[in-house]
Design a protein. Structure first.
Lengths: 417, 417, 417, 417
């Protein structure tokens, strides 16, 4: 059982009922302003334009992963694997903070707002700074998060094909979007986890749950995360901020909160050099969904027509048309659409690229970076999941599932016949 | 919208909230004793030995399918397909009565209790007799049920890869067993149904829901319907009744309700000849789970050791051991086990076959008898699902997924190493 | 935390997700045939005639109460109250077995099938016999069940205004009937339990949850437990068995399973004398819903018109008409109806009393036998709930809420104007 | 049945499953930027500080009320009351727009941000302007909203003790906070609605559902809406904006979005005079949660210590201490606390009043402004609910339930003994 049940605080979670903070240190980290910021960042960005209830936050998700981690470690210990209090709490902290480096609308704006930083790196910077504040109590968590801890499975619980991150977000996103059939059996999968040679494996009889998990995940990708309306909204958001940065860096002064203003003015060329982590965190910690949405409201009246059109469209859900297909769009068709837009608007090419653009989105059931799921037989044998499952096409599993999209204004006449 | 909402009666259903009886005729059929009998037949037979809450009945399931059928027809009509009141109500009745021919513990005892009849045939006999009682008002329903109706899709809503039967039972069984990740998006799939050339098809964007449906169905098969404890319990039930029939037909008089007694005494050789349908229905209508369980309670004290052991084991959940594997069990091993049992019990071979036996269970994602699911493109093109989905291995899909089992007493020493 | 998590078995429960058997002894008791019998007894008797999904069993309920008891003891210990392993397991067993003495359709048939025994007494006999079988390991549980244990609150967790019994059954019955607004916050109430002077109290801030609990309970009474269709069905069942007993004891031989036959032949006058507990348990353990329903199916064709009519009506949901009102029905009206029935059927008075009868049903929010709920202030003060709540009328709370009913055949013309 | 099912759009709602837009006009109104703004306003303001998942918006709630209204009208029509298409759609629009005049954190900031306007008045202004845009198609809705429509019950469905507004918000808030026992049987209550003499009444047998509704509502008030942490956060928000207005109006220039800036600069004395509705709507339509939270982030670094402390406390959930009691706090105690704060901070009185303050919160089960709920007997008689229910204390029902609160910094030593 968990070491940490005594001084617990309890919060309500519609997904799991009640969630304990299993330890005071967890509670103190949650109270820190850097973590509280996650209350102001939606887990699914602009997805609320398709699923209006999808306003749940990274704060809720992070607490949910702590709940699942505590359950998983309890199961693993119950199956006879001894775990020290330090390792236990390290794993809880590593998962609590795994997403603390996400900025607003991160799925879309990562690498646009703050170029050159992935959210994982920023999470690490936060952990290191928090470790100073909390007198080294995060040493273990940082090792686990970075994959440096000798007990490999602790890292796998934080980042692998079946980590607590995705077991929570799939379940939670399914709950809040209302896409009920996307539900994954998080609790059943966790009950079948096991540690063999310090590696995380799944009991063999869990094979159908894993199949179900992979297919539910795929459903959630195409039905939610890469829903075409979500794609077009997110791409418009990226275009808006690219435009805003360009305008700012060419001397225009746009309305922005101080934190957003700092981002718009960052010089991407020497980012990694010019900012010490504390300076950077100072700015980044002030940035959340509110800065973005506040700016859009003002920018919709800006004199730059591109910035104004995109901002107004995003705010009022007047989105570009989007087409999706399996193969790339022909250059001729894209060119023809651009020409029509240019002609109609009386614009030059630069403007048009903000309203007519394409690209590719991709989903693979397996993440390339991670090892395969392995199944554990009663006999002690380990088998790769792809070998054991016949119905899931193994070739497809780790191969990216690509779709191409093309966006342009709804008044364009050159829609597909 | 449905033609039938005016005089409706409403009942509570924990799965869908409220269910309407959309028409008085439906209500009158539900009131008939032949249909009321379904309140006394569990949907999942002995599955309650694994999932204690799986006591839901065929009565609830049948009402659930009516609810889904009414929803599906509403959607189809809303998409512009005109449907007459007669066809509508015919489809509702066909699905309401599709399972009325099931006997108690039908999954196990079909073809043991009443040899030579499949439940589909008995359902048809019931419909024909009810049609007489209700003055021909079931003509349409019988045509639809039998696949004779010109609008082919109506039959497909009753019996096909995506019929209302399985859309309800998968959802309902998942609910009552508590295997929440087996939930299928019945309502979402129904919203994507469409009729093209009088055939039932699914909107192309529904592909992920279909994938999810097939994998969830597979999960439910191995986790619930063919769970090894369920298999051993059901096979023991079959053996018990085979024994009871043999004893009866060789002159022993076993305790039984009159209806069960009639079954035990039926001569399988001339069944189809000797019984007019009304005589047969008379007996069959009195048969439900209570007759079976009542008999087991008395039989556990019978002087025949096989009948007593099996009955007592079933009642008190003292089941045989079961092994499951992908390949057939070796004859040598089976023989060795039988020898041990014979020696230990001082029995001859006949007895032993009731306690040591094997077999095969099988599940295929697709039913061979039915056409493939077809997807409908906006362009009007129809594509087979297996062509459109890359992740699901098409070769596997309609191929049976077989497992072999072997059952024997727990005290046998020859368990697998 | 619980002492017992190590060797746990897990089962699925649609209400709570997963339930642990926290200790091997609990598991062994569950495996015993006397407990397995509860799988064959519906929690809500004939309520399925109104709420078709209400087929859940006393088996599920008993496991649910164990889950809540384990949670409650964990909370209490976490708040600083030290509890020994023996007391803990004693409380788990006491609640597990609290309903083991229920017979089939107990709400209706208690005191008809087996006269002179209340189910609580039979539960105690079972516990005492099991204690012999399990070598005294139930000593503690029996003390707790009987209110003899020094830690008074343990008994209160088994039987009081807020015991684990009703916290489970209200929640569970609400779930399976689909009367979702009857849900009580079992888990929230349990989180606010506390032990003061060895007595169970509730944190003061829980007052709104208690109010809600009492009103939800009241809703469940009138909407479910005392729903007028449930009342008439249960009263018909009582009449049926009174008739069957009379016929049996006046020399007729009715179809019955051996266990039911023994009940029909019991002489109520010297019951407590003539049966040693083991003899009695032998019979009683073989009795469940199946015996009752099997008998009704045969009796519907019996030559005694009363027995046949009642049995047939019950089986096929052709129930008597029932009227409900706040004041007693006038003798004149009852007499007039009886006269009409007698005339129409050509019967004498004795027969008529089985088809025309009235009575009273009653519900009080508080059970008289138990102490009031007490609330615990942060200051340490204890207040009676009725003093603390202003909205709930205290006079009404422990006062019975009575309604009168009158049942008679539907073809009677003297219905109320 | 509804007139409007044909061209429907469907959206996912985790509370009800799927919601239809029953008519194109509803859909067009939803698309309007003024309505889209509701996506950016949380239904429960700062409640997410207690219940982290309470981020649901007024947008979702408004769609939910449309769903319930459509269901209620369908039920009423099915019971034989004829309703024209115009009245039907009028009622849908009236409920869709009933909350469109809410500003951000309206529960707290109403009358602080925009003094002199209640949200109901602003909703009406919006409806009138939308009526111009939509060529008079909202005439009927405006009559219904304003209580001027001849069919009185239509207004009652929008605003009364049992209106669709509270039937949705209680259910929805219970869902998202996770306070599951606060769930009200919205659908069951709606099924028991009826129109008698153009007035909305409830079938008599619904009395227990109404009792349950009132007590669940009371639970939600004290557990959620008036939870002490919610009160202190909201009161701090009010103080923050009072301070910001004072600073602005005395010449300081605070960071603010243009819309918020306009609010801070509004002169309350001549508000109703100086602003034409379109000018006002222009500003108000740009105002949402983002403006408030963005400002707080900047203000936490302002040189005014009061503004900075309150803003920083709110953002990072470092709230004042709050005490709650039934009787008013003594002036002496408040004065003593103020003195300590003044001394410790070296402040004068004006500053202190922002950090030490008290007040009263109040909840009554019934709203005074509305008529009582009336119950309809089968005999045709109407009875007041308070007469019919004995358990609910009628004197208390419409009487306000008051509590007093006192807030002050956590470092104050004079906490209650």
């Amino acid at each position: 059982m968990s070491y940490f049940q005594n001084k617990s605080k309890i919060i309500n979670d519609p997904v799991y009922g009640f969630i304990n903070f299993p330890d005071d240190l967890i509670f103190d980290l949650v109270e820190h302003p850097w973590f509280q910021r996650l209350r102001r960042i939606r887990q699914l960005g602009l997805t609320f334009y398709v699923y209006p209830a999808a306003n749940h936050t990274r704060f809720q998700h992070a607490l949910g992963t702590v709940h699942l981690m505590d359950t998983a470690l309890t199961i693993i210990q119950r199956k006879g694997y001894e775990l020290s209090r330090e390792d236990w709490i390290g794993a809880l902290i590593a998962i609590l903070l795994h997403d603390i480096g996400h900025g607003p609308f991160s799925h879309a704006l990562e690498n646009t707002l703050v170029e050159g930083y992935a959210h994982e790196e920023i999470s690490l910077i936060y952990m290191q700074e928090l470790n100073k504040i909390f007198n080294g109590q995060l040493d273990n968590a940082i090792e686990i998060y970075g994959g440096k801890h000798p007990r490999k499975f602790l890292h796998q619980l934080v980042a692998s094909q079946l980590d607590m991150d995705r077991l929570d977000y799939l379940r939670r996103d399914s709950f809040f979007t209302g896409v009920t059939e996307g539900v994954v059996g998080s609790e059943r999968i966790i009950k079948m986890l096991r540690v063999v040679n310090d590696e995380l494996v799944v009991d063999r009889k869990g094979i159908y749950s894993i199949e179900n998990f992979l297919i539910a995940r795929r459903l959630m990708y195409w039905q939610v995360y890469l829903h075409k309306t979500v794609i077009v909204a997110e791409k418009m958001l990226v275009k808006t901020f690219e435009r805003a940065k360009l305008l700012t860096q060419s001397g225009h002064r746009l309305f922005a909160t101080p934190a957003l203003d700092a981002c718009l003015n960052m010089d991407p060329k020497n980012m990694k050099v010019s900012l010490s982590s504390m300076e950077f965190l100072e700015v980044f910690s002030q940035l959340d969904d509110n800065d973005i949405l506040s700016a859009l409201k003002v920018w919709q009246n800006h004199s730059d027509p591109v910035l104004a059109m995109l901002s107004e469209g995003l705010l009022n859900r007047k989105l570009l048309r989007i087409e999706i297909q399996r193969s790339p769009f022909s250059k001729d068709r894209i060119e023809a659409i651009k020409t029509e837009v240019r002609k109609k608007m009386g614009w030059d090419g630069g403007f048009t690229d903000y309203l007519v653009f394409g690209g590719m989105v991709s989903n693979s059931a397996y993440n390339d970076e991670y090892d395969q799921v392995r199944l554990w037989d009663n006999s002690g044998k380990l088998i790769e999941f792809t070998e054991a499952s016949d119905i899931i096409n193994p070739a497809i599993l780790s191969q990216a599932d690509n779709k191409y999209f093309l966006c342009y204004p709804k008044w364009v006449n050159l829609t597909k016949q």
